[in-house]
Design a protein around this ligand. Sequence first.
Ligand SMILES: Cc1cc2nc3c(=O)[nH]c(=O)nc-3n(C[C@H](O)[C@H](O)[C@H](O)COP(=O)(O)OP(=O)(O)OC[C@H]3O[C@@H](n4cnc5c(N)ncnc54)[C@H](O)[C@@H]3O)c2cc1C
Length: 395
Amino acid sequence: MKTVAVLGGGPAGAFAAERLARSGLHTRLFDEKLAWEKPCGGGLTYKAYHQYPFLIENDTPKRLVRETTLAAPDAGEAKITLAHPLVIYSRMDLNRMLLERAERSGVWIEKTRVLGLERHDRAWRLRTQTSTLEADFCIIATGARNPLREVGTQWSAKDTMCALGYYVPAFQEHIDIQFLEQLEGYIWVFPRCGHLSVGICGKNEPAQALRTRLEAYMNQRGISSKGATFYSHMLPSLESPGWRSNRVAGDGWLAVGDAGGLVDPITGEGLYYAMRSGDLASRVLIDDAHGLLEKAAAYRALLAREFALDLEFAATLAKRVFLGKFLFSSVPARMIQFMRRSPRFRDLMQDLFAGTQPYLGLKSRLLRNLNGTLQEVLMNFFLHRVIPGESRVAS
Ligand SMILES: Cc1cc2nc3c(=O)[nH]c(=O)nc-3n(C[C@H](O)[C@H](O)[C@H](O)COP(=O)(O)OP(=O)(O)OC[C@H]3O[C@@H](n4cnc5c(N)ncnc54)[C@H](O)[C@@H]3O)c2cc1C
């Protein structure tokens, strides 16, 4: 393979490009903005920086936050101190760091918009704002608003979430997560260096309604939007059928990150999956054991093994977690109550925050660990209601 073109230089594209160039492949990356403040919370879980320690061991400005408050209507709040902090970046800083790493490893980076791509005789012809060029293989990393219709995930409205918020010039020490009445989504307040990212994500609800909910919350909490910058973006949130038919790879291309729909449908975590899929895609490209025609299948198999089956299972849980009822109360309200009363449930929530507890193992973990108190018998009953049979997807 002579040249790999990486289309998009967010975390998925920049990380894939770095890995490809390190292995000696001629790698060209195109992004219309390069480092920019992409609408995002900017939170990286333990899973991400444990896998890629440079994400925490660096001089780039970031906040490490442990204190977290979760709240739901009619249930008050529960506080936890995370065993592993959430690492929170401004996306401008995170993107810049990843692009600089790519450049240092030999990636040829150009700031331009990719306008289209065509397949000719087992090669790609790319059209950018500035030139036309040939590549042998393409990594599609153009994010959730991928404008290139012939490559990457194809989704319908129900496979996406709307996410919007404000960068507020204020300070707070802890993270807030607020569940809301009848919303498949939540509000977050993430402390960053010099400001807060305050946002809301939600499925099946218009952006204006989400904004109204967020502003009501901010008013109630005394968080002023004066001087704050508004942001909004789309977030992939594939339903189960979307995961099964996901167009994540094809002849001569692999899609990574949001362009491949690779986002946790419950938490909206996408940064880890962007970087991990970039890493996996680069391994498949580098590995000579797969011929060019086999790369797509090899990548799909790797994704499934690493996390796609787990995220597909999470898609079956999402509605139950946000909109379900248990003993006349909402599931989020019951979760807050269990967190206050059960150390075991708090541990479980810790691990979910850290990203170290796969959704597919949730039920068996709880069944293994119950100690027979009334609270935990109730919790067992609750989890049976919320979590369907895990074997359906795993088998
Ligand atoms: C409001 C919000 C909050 C979020 N909070 C979190 C969080 O706290 N933690 C977390 O893990 N995830 C979060 N996510 C998800 C996370 O932001 C994404 O999953 C992540 O950015 C995906 O990275 P990516 O590289 O795939 O795509 P992107 O970061 O979107 O990068 C795509 C890049 O492609 C470029 N591009 C697009 N089209 C073209 C073109 N035609 N030509 C050239 N360049 C192009 C863009 O300029 C962009 O730089 C959040 C998402 C939203 C919307």
